[in-house]
Design a protein around this ligand. Structure first.
Ligand SMILES: Nc1ncnc2c1ncn2[C@@H]1O[C@H](COP(=O)(O)OP(=O)(O)OP(=O)(O)O)[C@@H](O)[C@H]1O
Length: 362
């Protein structure tokens, strides 16, 4: 019988993941991962204590052992440093994707294996297709199209996939809530969490305000460099952003949108939202730090991608340029791609892997 360590966040998804495994007769234990900021308490709000209590109460109600695993040091070096140095260099990092590879299925999985477990289970909305003679185990989109989280698993390695389990991926969220209620799980009606992976219910802008110094610079109109105002720091902005730029369009029908960042001039480039806005839409990009969940696709092929979480899959041509980099050509131009973000690769609903945008052409 397999021994499984369930990553329990205090949320309802991982609670039902534990419930399902228990019902299936596995030997399971629950664990909450504690990250660095939990101890800092810099941003005041401290939901983690409540989360630990909730996770622990769920474990009690299921009659399974529960522990708190302290990963503060690893989280700081593998996620927070990556996040802060990314923002400081003007790119848009993706801590949620990295957290899955480096922490949940990285150090936490290692911890589980060292402590006699065979697998780690999470409450991710993703499904697994078991290995056959011809193909390794594969990650398939979650059954609930509104909740599918495979995008966040795009950088997982095959050996991590082989030790992962997603017990709720075949459920729709309302079904999951019903199960939680039917079995009287103590957190059955708890609100879904939002915010940066692990850090809690904190908005990225508040987090950055605390850790990255402001660096004011000009806001320029992309077409002609006309100065329109001043920004507090490029790291507060993402390509495609319309809210919070602080420059009125003086027109009911036009909206300024961020179309680029000029790192050398520390300038935020904006333009009116339109398919022709310079830099807003791209038809080709280069992707590096590729990582595959199973076998790599052919060097030159057609496949599908998600350019960001919650976007639908779109068709592309995928072409390997060298050992490290592939070229992705979109059938239809895509809006607001950001350097540093993750592109996830798919063959239909099967997740193939992912990589980081290193060049975006418009
Ligand atoms: N602090 C944590 N400790 C243990 N496991 C965690 C923690 N944070 C996240 N996880 C695991 O990762 C999964 C996905 O995390 P995410 O932050 O996306 O939560 P979610 O989809 O809201 O799920 P949940 O309802 O379980 O919080 C969770 O279901 C849980 O298994």
């Amino acid at each position: 019988m397999k021994k499984i360590l369930v990553a329990m966040s205090g949320g309802v998804d991982s609670a039902v993941a534990a419930l399902r495994l228990k019902q299936q007769g596995y030997a399971i234990e629950g664990a909450y991962m504690k990250n660095w900021i939990n101890e800092d308490e810099i941003l005041g709000d401290c939901p983690w204590q409540q989360d630990i209590e909730d996770a622990s109460a769920v474990a009690d109600s299921l009659g399974i052992p529960f522990r708190v695993v302290n990963l503060m040091h690893e989280y700081r070096t593998r996620i927070v440093d990556y996040l802060l140095s990314g923002y400081q260099s003007g790119i848009t990092p993706n801590p949620d994707v990295m957290c899955n590879r480096e922490i949940k299925f990285g150090v936490f999985l290692d911890y589980a294996l060292e402590n006699g477990f065979d697998e780690v289970a999470t409450g991710h909305y993703a499904q697994l297709r078991e290995a056959t003679d011809d193909a390794p185990r594969a990650i398939i989109e979650g059954a609930d199209p509104n909740k599918d989280q495979t995008y966040f698993l795009a950088m997982m390695r095959p050996e991590q996939v082989a030790r992962a389990r997603f017990p709720v991926g075949h459920l729709l969220k309302p079904q999951l809530r019903e199960l939680a209620q039917k079995h009287a799980l103590p957190n059955a009606t708890k609100k879904d969490s939002q915010g940066i992976c692990f850090i809690g219910n904190i908005k990225m802008s508040d987090f950055l305000r605390e850790y990255v110094p402001d660096r004011p610079g000009p806001i320029l109109r992309a077409e002609d460099d006309k100065p329109l105002g001043e920004h507090r720091g490029l790291h507060y902005f993402t390509i495609g952003q319309r809210r919070g730029i602080g420059v009125p369009s003086n027109s009911d029908n036009d909206f300024y949108v961020v179309v680029g960042k000029d790192i050398q001039r520390n300038a935020l480039l904006v333009s009116f939202e339109a398919p022709t806005a310079p830099g807003l839409y791209s038809s080709r990009c280069e992707v590096s730090e590729l990582s595959f969940t199973g076998e790599a696709p052919a060097d030159d092929c057609r496949l599908e991608v998600k350019v960001r979480y919650r976007d639908p899959r779109v068709p592309v041509r995928y072409k390997r340029l060298n050992d490290k980099t592939v070229e992705i050509t979109f059938d239809q131009p895509q809006r607001a791609l950001a350097l540093g973000q993750i592109i996830a690769l798919y063959d239909g609903p099967q997740l193939l892997g992912g990589g980081i945008y290193t060049k975006i052409e418009t």
